[in-house]
Design a protein around this ligand. Structure first.
Ligand code: SAM
Length: 276
């Protein structure tokens, strides 16, 4: 007997505001699949109507993710092709996706990404802040202990940090950041790709001044700390490792030598001699 062919799971990115940002491939896939699993079916229906696509929809959100994953997997195993979409942007990025993707991998079901909009990437690339290395932290946790841990991580990070935030929690988050960021550059990107798209740039104090009663969808991009938080173990490092540590933070030779001399309680000239 011929073996039944299993279907594919397509992870389809949708626009984050401007409906023109849907890709040609996303349209093609949404037209061709048997079923679309959507975070909010009413929300996705608007997009599908706009694209003149009529397809069966099934709800797939945080609160039914576990149960619905099994239902969807069963359908894929029976041969159906399914597209997963979220309300906006890329599924799996602060949106449902992870659970079904892990399950599909276990079951050897092909997962096919259909790339498109992702809010954090667009905030990052337009921020003017270093894009070489960055850490995406999603939404800051509300639980006190976990929030403190994340804030500590932001304080120490020499990499660019990206945070998502809801407008009604923005003030609290900015206040928490004020305690740790000193003069680091921050960009608040709001309503990307929409009519009221806006970028507010400055240090955290300036951002707080300019962001009273802001509404809409918000992302914070935060410059990494210039200062690597003192590594108490530098005495166990070789001079070369110590040098490299500061070089990686973007310091120039003169600044590095000054810092190493201070860390080690040595004279600047002594250090300088070792590096020529
Ligand atoms: N999956 C989405 C993505 O690919 O970016 C993110 C979904 S997450 C539930 C929603 C958060 O993303 C918002 O609270 C906001 O921080 C950010 N976001 C989404 N769309 C945005 C937009 N158009 N402008 C600014 N931030 C946006």
């Amino acid at each position: 007997m011929e073996k039944k062919k299993i279907g594919n799971l397509y992870i389809v990115a949708t626009p984050i505001g401007n409906l023109d940002d849907i890709t040609l491939r996303a349209i093609k896939v949404l037209k061709e699949v048997d079923l679309i699993a959507a975070e909010d079916t009413r929300h996705s229906l608007k997009l599908l109507n706009h694209l003149e696509i009529s397809k069966p929809l099934i709800s797939y959100h945080r609160h039914n993710e576990e149960v619905k994953t099994d239902v969807l997997i069963e359908k894929i195993v029976e041969g159906q092709n399914i597209a997963l979409v979220s309300d906006a942007g890329t599924p799996g990025i602060c949106d449902p996706g992870e659970v079904i993707i892990k399950k599909c991998i276990e079951k050897q079901i092909p997962i096919i990404p259909i790339p498109g909009a992702c809010a954090m990437i667009n905030a990052l690339i337009t921020s003017g802040i270093d894009t070489k290395e960055f850490t995406f932290l999603g939404f800051l946790p509300l639980n006190k202990k976990s929030r403190k841990e994340k804030l500590d991580e932001i304080k120490k990070s020499t990499k660019t940090i990206i945070l998502y935030e809801a407008p009604h929690k923005l003030n609290n988050t900015l206040k928490d950041l004020e305690n740790i960021l000193e003069d680091r550059q921050v960009v608040l990107a709001r309503e990307l790709t929409k009519i009221h798209e806006e970028f507010i740039r400055g240090n955290i104090k300036e951002i707080i001044k300019k962001s009273e009663n802001l509404k809409g969808e918000i992302i914070l991009v935060i410059q990494g700390s210039k200062e690597e938080i003192v590594n108490d173990n530098y005495e166990n490092m070789s001079l070369e490792e110590h040098y490299k540590m500061y070089e990686n933070q973007g310091l120039n030779k003169k600044e590095i030598i000054k810092k190493i001399a201070k860390d080690r309680g040595l004279n600047k000239n002594e250090i300088y001699q070792k590096f020529i």
